[in-house]
Design a protein around this ligand. Structure first.
Ligand SMILES: NC(=O)N[C@@H](CC(=O)O)C(=O)O
Ligand SMILES: [Zn+2]
Ligand SMILES: [Zn+2]
Length: 344
């Protein structure tokens, strides 16, 4: 097969940031994607409906003319979040989901949740109104090894939380482990999981072998090869539980290439070419549409995009090693293999 036509894909987990970064990275996602779930971990975070509205306006101003790209907004859950504000913002169509960051788990998560009992009323209101909760699933206890933080979160936090709030729709964001795959598969129709582009390609060796490679560092950190294989099997299976959330997370190179580098991998620019390569390698090109274009909207209760995109196989794809922002360059994910699928 050297040509593949599918519904225009969506990105169910995307960081667009703000200011000069927002301006530089928005066109990179708008070029190929129809919609994207926009993560709210700005400084300060997007907590209220009013803040989401203002942020959506700033994003729309950065969307290139003629692009149909639609940002789907999320609210950053805090221990002080007002359930009524969340329900109202969702009912107005302003907000699609709410994001749970355990405090301290990842970039700009300091205002996240410490005491999960404090957010129970919000979660109950969300279950009632059918508002999905997107979860960064890692514990933050110092005595839990960073490579075990996702599996431990499932047992200690996610499973009790879901049992306490039956009916709540949950998306396990950017799963990185076999335990994540297995738990998502067993969760019935109120549970789904996003998988990033980069976690289908790299294991932890990419970060640590031959020198320390900050552009392969993200959270949750890439795990052992057996986990990458489990993610590949899940993504390429076509199972409706799994869909694309790139977690494209731009940081200035200057903030990654330093003694304490930021977590995040920027994949918006070449994600579709990488995914086509991955699905082709696994003999699953016919299931790329399910993963990138169909399963996400089905879980969120939306229709797939009407528009189609065509991927064509040819000479290696030329993509920039980094993109420029007004504040400095951002390195684009290097999948360490040539890409042959062009998007038109
Ligand atoms: N994935 C990352 O490594 N970083 C994300 C935060 C997140 O999604 O956890 C970011 O905002 O930079
Ligand atoms: Zn996260
Ligand atoms: Zn993210």
């Amino acid at each position: 097969m050297d040509s593949l036509t599918l519904r225009r894909p969506d990105d169910w987990h995307l960081h667009l940031r703000d200011g000069a970064m927002l301006e530089a990275v928005t066109p990179e996602s708008a070029r190929h994607f129809g919609r994207a779930i926009i993560m709210p971990n700005l400084v300060p975070p997007v907590i209220t409906g009013a803040e989401a509205r203002a942020y959506r306006d700033r994003i729309m101003a950065a969307v290139p003319e003629g692009s149909g790209f639609t940002p789907l907004m999320t609210l950053y859950l805090t221990e002080d979040t007002d359930p009524a504000d969340v329900v109202k913002a969702h009912a107005e169509g302003l907000v699609t989901a709410v994001k749970l960051y355990p405090a301290g788990a990842t970039t700009n998560s300091a205002s996240g949740v410490r005491d999960f009992d404090k957010v129970r009323p919000v979660l109950e209101a969300m279950a009632e109104a059918g508002i999905p909760l997107c979860v960064h699933g890692e514990v933050t206890e110092a005595d839990i090894d960073i490579f075990d933080r996702e599996a431990t979160f499932i047992d200690r936090v996610l499973d009790p939380l879901r049992r306490a709030t039956p009916g709540l729709k949950v998306v396990m964001e950017h799963i990185t482990t076999k335990q994540g795959v297995d738990y998502a598969l067993a969760g019935g129709d109120t549970l789904a999981a996003t998988i990033t582009t980069h976690h289908l390609v790299i294991n932890r060796n990419a970060i640590l072998v031959g020198g320390i490679k900050p552009h392969y560092y993200c959270l949750p950190v890439a795990k052992r090869e057996e986990h990458r294989i489990a993610l590949r099997t899940a993504a390429t299976s076509g199972d409706a539980t799994f869909f694309l959330g790139t977690d494209s997370a731009p940081h200035l190179d200057a903030a990654k290439e330093m003694a304490c580098g930021c977590a995040g991998i920027f994949t918006a620019t070449n994600t579709l070419s990488v995914l086509a390569e991955v699905f082709e390698q696994d003999g699953a090109l016919d299931r790329l549409e399910a993963f990138a274009s169909l399963n996400g909207p089905a879980f969120y209760g939306l229709l797939p995009n009407e528009e189609m995109v065509t991927l064509t196989k040819g000479a290696p794809v030329d993509y920039p090693a980094r993109i420029e922002t007004g504040d400095g360059p951002v390195t684009v994910f290097d999948p360490m293999m040539p890409l042959h699928w062009h998007v038109s």
